[in-house]
Design a protein. Structure first.
Lengths: 116, 113
């Protein structure tokens, strides 16, 4: 049973436009959410995170939105650049509220393709 | 800034052999994690250390798997009597603690012949 779902295996966006990647979760104990970017033959690279006490976090071109009532988060990339082409993983943790640091639960990823 | 380092990058072995992987975390990070990733999936959590203490193990970590972090610095993951299903990318990550993101190494790709 997948607790973190990324329902779009791939997404194609024109260079300069906004990329929106979506993620849904089912475990209401999750309270810390992260986005990672992965190139082939490399490990995941941390992009941005958000805790459940916030609904938005911004870092440069990257913004993460969290809708707790819908158990949904999204990553916005504006403007999209060719180097953004990669697989993006959504991840969640239930550790903070539990006083520990659980391992992350990942979605299956979305392959973002930025077209020139 | 030295990131998380994993060795070897690739390991090919015959079914039934034992293998050991090493992870060197970012130096000031006291938390270390092991994950496994197979094709088309996201990384799956295996186990977690805070300093030298192994605090959590996933049900994915069968009896053939053992992990250590003897001095709270580097960690090793050993798989005994390898099986075909053990073929995967094994990822290590480290973090400073709560509210701190995990930073990953580039992984060890294990292929079982």
């Amino acid at each position: 049973d997948q607790q973190v779902k990324q329902n779009s295996p791939s997404l194609s966006v024109q260079e300069g436009r906004i990329s929106i990647l979506n993620c849904d979760y089912t475990n209401s104990m999750f309270d810390y959410f992260l986005w990672y970017k992965k190139y082939p033959a490399e490990g995941p690279t941390f992009l941005i995170s958000i805790s459940s006490i916030k609904d938005k976090n911004e870092d440069g071109r990257f913004t993460v939105f969290l809708n707790k009532s819908a158990k949904h988060l999204s990553l916005h990339i504006v403007p999209s650049q060719p180097g953004d082409s990669a697989v993006y993983f959504c991840a969640a943790s239930a550790g903070v509220s539990g006083g520990g640091a659980d391992g992350l639960t990942f979605g299956k990823g979305t392959h973002l393709i930025i077209q020139p | 800034d030295t990131g998380v380092s994993q060795n070897p990058r690739h390991k090919i072995t015959k079914r039934g052999q034992n293998v050991t992987f090493r992870c060197d975390p970012i130096s000031e990070h006291n938390r270390l994690y092991w994950y496994r990733q197979t094709l088309g999936q996201g990384p799956e959590f295996l186990t977690y250390f805070q300093n030298e203490a192994q605090l959590e193990k996933s049900r994915l970590l069968s009896d053939r798997f053992s992990a250590e972090r003897p001095k709270g610095s580097f960690s090793t993951l050993e798989i005994q009597r390898t099986e075909q299903g053990d073929s995967a990318m094994y990822l290590c990550a480290s973090s400073l603690g709560q509210f701190s993101p995990q930073h990953f190494g580039d992984g060890t790709r294990l292929s079982i012949l």
